[in-house]
Structures are given as C-alpha cells and as structure tokens.
Design a protein around this ligand. Structure first.
Ligand SMILES: Cc1cc2nc3c(=O)[nH]c(=O)nc-3n(C[C@H](O)[C@H](O)[C@H](O)COP(=O)(O)OP(=O)(O)OC[C@H]3O[C@@H](n4cnc5c(N)ncnc54)[C@H](O)[C@@H]3O)c2cc1C
Length: 407
C-alpha cells in the first residue's frame, strides 16, 4: 500500500460529471482542483433526463432539495407511432417503487446541476474551481502528474496526485494519455429545437417524455422547466444526410420540422436550437497510471433514452470512493483497474447496447419489423412484471446492480 497523498486531485472540465466527481471526492476529504477551459459555466442545453439511481446519488451528496426545486418530475414516458399518430405504449415509473425511493425521472438541465454545486461549494476549503484554464498536456511520474494549462496569463503547471479527465467527448486528457476511443459516428447529425409552444396544452396526449417512431423522421419530445414555469419543450430529430447545418438551423427549417407535428400551427417560438454529430464510442481503458477518465471523455452515445450524463455521473460515483481510498493510502492503486472494469462493462452491456437499439427501433424502415417491434413494446408495457423489468434496464438500475458484482 502506498503512503497518503498530499497533492490535490485535479479534474479537467466543469461539466456535470466533473462537478459531481469533485463533490464526491471532497465529501471524502480529498482536496480537489477543477480546471475549466471556458470563461464561465457553460449553459449547456443537452442533458436533462436524470434517472432514478442518479437522483439517489445526487441526494446522497446533499443535492436533493435543490434539484427537485429546479426540475420537473416525469412519472411516465410514452411511445407513439408517428405515422398513424397512435399511442403505442406507456411506461409508468411508479412500477419502480420497490426498487428506488425516487420512482420517476427528473427533467433537470445539466447546467443547473453544475450551477448548484458551484454555488454550494464556493469558498469551502479544499475546493478550487478555475475558469479560463485549459488542459493542454500532462506528464506522469511515480508520485504525481504535472498538468500544463493555458490561462489568459500564459502557460502554467499544476502538480496533481491524480488527474481525472471529465473534459467531454473531444477530451484533451484522453488524447494526451494516448487512449484510443473505439466505436463509430453516425452519418446523420441530430438537431435539437427548444420551443415555448406548449405541446401538451395543444390537445395531444403527450407527457413530459415522448418517443415517436417514424421510418423517415423519428423524434424525441421532452419538457424541461427552463427558467419557468411554463417551461420549454425540446424536440430532437435526425437531420437528413447531406442537409446543411445552416438549412436545418434556419427559422424555416425549424418551423418545418415542428409544423409536421401540428400542421394547423405556425410561428413556433424557438428558444434555442443546436446541431450535434453523434457517436457511439468507449475508451479502451478508463485508467492509465495516475490518469482516469469519466463521463463523455470515456464514452459517448446517442441521446435517445437519456443515458449519457447519467452513465457519466455513475462513473464519478464509482471512481470517487476508490480513488479516495487510494489517495489516503488505504487501498492499492489496482482499485482503479476495478473502476475501469466495472464502468466499461456498464457502458458496453447497458448504455451502448440500449442507445443503439433505441435508435434502430425508432427509425426502423422495414414495415413488418417495425410493426413487430411496436407490438412487442405494447405487450411489454401492458404486463406490469415485464414493464418493471424494462424500466429497471431503461433507468440503469440493472446496470449498477450488474457491475457491482464485477470483481
Ligand atoms: C441533444 C442531447 C440531449 C442529451 N440528453 C441527455 C439526457 O437527457 N440525459 C443524459 O443522461 N444525457 C443526455 N445527453 C448526453 C449528455 O449531454 C452528456 O453525456 C454530458 O454532457 C456529459 O457530461 P460531461 O461532464 O462528461 O461532459 P461535458 O458536459 O461535455 O463537459 C465537459 C467540460 O469540459 C470542458 N473542457 C473541454 N476541454 C477542456 C480542456 N482541454 N480543458 C479544460 N476544460 C475543458 C468543457 O468546456 C465542458 O465544460 C444528451 C446529449 C445531447 C447531444
């Protein structure tokens, strides 16, 4: 067993995963320094759906009251056949009441999680967050990591005991560590349009989370609180292959996509819109010596099912206790290999598998297969025992249980 460390753990990236990793380590009395390239917290409108086990983890960190206050409780989700307009299935998260104290999904935007943690921890000893501090390189030695950053005042080196890359899909930490990012990128991009148009009030039986199967243009339709009430509806669609970003993001392009839902309406007020390229990739390892990866730096997936950030927060909550033990000299650094084994398994067998299947099923073009899939989904939703099993997998409860047994 090594001696107790003295230098802080340095975390690159003040996104949701970096902030949760920092808080979870700090709760175990490990000093942390978070370095963020941007000048201020990013108002990122990507993740919102926070799954039940993730709510449990955030509650254990003392965040329950704040996230509940700023989020929207979504008790069920629905699948629609966009061609016929029929509702195919509804899954009631209440079926998870014996599995979790939070049998619902919380629609809580990722920037609110970052903001809450930043405000709660400001000025606390052992806690440092620096903006305009971009990781550019690092060098490991036997007893630490020298981290080179670029700041407005020039280049600086910070000495860390361990380094965690939580710096997103294009992770500079992962590249500098020479860790391969295995997988593929979809040929089509995804567009997300946020609108103040109230889809529920407009007379359809939508809930706060809706999935639409359509061989030409599937859709995910969600509600978030935003700065509301009344809140914002977010629609995610695939772009056409070859469609330019400018055309998709233009007012006419956004209007046309929303108009398809409600042909009688025009002039949808667009609150925000973005385009993403989407990949399914997992890093070959989540640990190389004193460098670890978590969140999108370690894995990326398509957003259908709302699992990317959740899986990243699960990484942070798996890594923090192991790294805290290693940092204190209470465990061998082999603990960090256990982290990589457990979390890579969670990715491959659950997050990657599910999100790839979710996309394939929503966009299925073969009519017979599509009808079979929708019918199978309906039958699962109508059988409470099978629906509960489905929900346990969809919310990552099963993923956590399975990987806890990985030695
Ligand atoms: C349309 C869409 C919807 C989504 N919805 C959901 C959802 O509902 N639920 C869900 O679980 N997931 C969802 N996701 C996925 C989710 O957004 C990501 O998984 C999540 O943002 C990952 O968090 P992170 O902290 O790992 O990385 P990021 O959020 O990407 O944060 C990385 C941070 O690192 C900083 N950074 C980058 N490089 C450097 C550097 N060199 N030095 C210092 N700082 C650096 C960045 O500025 C950023 O602040 C969605 C994704 C998309 C595209």
């Amino acid at each position: 067993m090594a001696a107790r460390e003295t230098k802080p753990v340095v975390i690159i990236g003040a996104g949701p995963v970096g902030m949760v990793a920092a808080l979870a380590l700090h709760r175990r009395d490990v000093p942390v320094v978070v370095l963020e390239a941007e000048a201020a917290p990013v108002k990122d409108q990507r993740a919102a759906s926070t799954q039940p086990p993730t709510i449990e983890m955030l509650a254990a960190l003392g965040l329950e009251a704040k996230i509940m206050e700023r989020g929207l409780v979504s008790t069920s989700f629905r699948f629609f056949d966009r061609i016929s307009g029929a509702r195919v299935a509804e899954f009631d998260c209440g079926l998870l009441k014996d599995d979790t104290p939070f049998p619902f999904v919380l629609q809580h935007e990722q920037f609110k999680l970052v903001d809450t943690i930043l405000k709660m921890m400001a000025g606390v000893p052992g806690w440092t967050v620096r903006f305009r501090a971009r990781h550019v390189a690092h060098e490991q030695s036997g007893d630490g990591v020298s981290v080179s950053i670029e700041t407005p005042d020039g280049t600086e080196t910070i000495e860390a005991s361990y380094l965690i890359g939580c710096d997103g899909g294009h992770s500079s930490v992962r590249r500098a560590a020479g860790i391969a990012f295995e997988g593929f990128t979809f040929p089509e991009k995804f567009i997300k349009i946020g609108t103040t148009f109230d889809f529920q009030r407009a007379g359809r039986d939508y809930v706060f989370r809706n999935y639409f199967s359509d061989p030409d243009e599937w859709c995910n339709l969600f509600k978030v609180r935003g700065d509301g009430p009344p809140g914002i509806w977010r629609c995610v669609f695939p772009c056409r292959i070859g469609e330019s970003d400018e055309a998709a993001l233009s007012p006419e392009g956004c209007e046309a996509r929303l108009h398809k839902f409600f042909p009688d309406f025009r002039d949808f007020e667009v609150a925000y819109r973005s385009i993403y390229s989407v990949s399914q990739r997992v890093a070959e390892t989540f640990r190389k010596g004193r460098v670890c990866l978590a969140g999108d730096a370690a894995h990326v997936n398509n957003p259908i099912g709302g699992l990317g950030m959740n899986g990243g927060i699960h990484d942070a909550m798996s890594l923090a206790p192991k790294l805290a033990d290693v940092w204190r000299g209470h465990a061998d650094s082999a603990e960090l290999d256990l982290y990589t084994r457990q979390r890579r398994r969670a990715q491959h067998d659950f997050v990657q598998e599910q999100t790839i299947r979710n996309k394939r099923e929503l966009e299925e073009k073969d009519q017979a297969v599509r009808a079979r899939n929708l019918d199978a989904l309906r039958r699962v939703s109508e059988d409470p025992a099978r629906a509960r099993d489905y929900l346990r997998r969809a919310t990552l409860i099963d993923s956590l249980k399975t990987v806890a047994a990985v030695a």
